[in-house]
Design a binder for this molecule. Sequence first.
Ligand code: DLL
Length: 437
Amino acid sequence: METLAKEDKEVLQLERLKKTVNSVFENVPFYRAKFEENHLQPEDIQSLEDIRKLPFTVKSDLRKNYPFGLFARPIEEIKRVHASSGTSGKPTVVGFTENDLNVWSEIVARAICACGGEPKGILHNAYGYGLFTGGLGIHYGSEKLGMATVPISGGNTERQITLIEDFKPTVITGTPSYVLNIVDKMEEMGKDPRKTSLKYGIFGAESWSEEMRATLEERLNIKAMDIYGLSEVMGPGVAIECKEAQQGLHIADDHFYVEVINPETLEPVPDGEEGELVFTSLTKEALPIIRYRTGDIASITKERCSCGRTSTRMSRLKGRIDDMLIIRGVNVFPSEIESVLLKVEELVPHYQLVISRQGAMDKVTLKVEINERFHQLIEQDMNHEQVKMLSNKISKKLKSYCLVTIDTKIESPGKIPRSEGKAIRIIREEKIPSIPS
Ligand code: DLL
């Protein structure tokens, strides 16, 4: 499947697309109503290009149909549900039939294999277990591949370190921010993270930069690969980098059809150009999804990868549309700020962006943290002249790389909260207007 010729892949995709469109039309009132509104019948889909006739689906459609309204199968056939934490309103709930779970495991097994996992190895899974798809998604894929799987989940960092030392896993999976947290802790405990048995890391579920990859690879002495996915489409494994090239993420396009659109005009953008990723599931039974607007920004290429896989590849995610900051008219993604910060030797790779409203404008403050070495150098005096110099240096770098001026607050070591799962990089401070007395 991974090396199928393009033409054969397209035949398979069209056959699966037709089946999916039929299924949602027959079984999901929400889709039937939307198709009818657009005067569409399943027979109108006769080529892959015809997908553009279909209406988009967005996150609020799942919320409005909470909990199981978009399921195409009765609850008796559902074997598992997952849900997003949902910071506002109801969570988004997703479901899987037995066949869906088997397909998902196979896709994740393929993904782990592309990243260097082998049946005889041990995989240390530090993604959170529970409603989040990361833990269980990786878990069953790893077992399917035949790896001894350690279901450690996130948190309890010292125990993670003991188990890594004792069990000698070759692969570690987790969010990049949490794995970085583990590495910091190892160093704090006087252990050398470069000397573990680990050879490969499979990191995702949050935005991370090329510089963060370099940091993790260097500090852990591993190859670090990017894994992408979202619960509405499946979970981890929608796309995966390969260890051979590390040049973009291979989309499991025998199961997910990808489009890239301009989020404002909703028109397709050419390959190689950035836009919003839109996915249509091709094999899902419980929750088939049509033209789902992910809110994630990336580009795609259909050029063949040097590893031999023929699948469409997506670039590393630039970020989510919702997370894009508009600072004095300039668009900036947190990952771009991260790229700058990781090149400043006095800082640790933990940071937060605090956004508050000032009149009609967003005010952004970047909180960064100095490392222990620098803290000693300035004799722990945060009013030291060198702290001001550092602040200027960071501002200059941000100005030249991201073209923005951002207020920076420099914190002493340990002040920025550490993540045990997805890092919280953006904090929105909602100011309640004061009532004049
Ligand atoms: O985060 C699934 C996952 C688990 C992916 C483990 C990879 C590893 P959700 O909680 O539904 O699912 O969040 C999905 O996370 O729309 C992206 O904005 C972001 N995201 C996921 N992978 C990456 C990545 C899981 N590799 C949302 N790089 C997506 C950047 C990512 N952002």
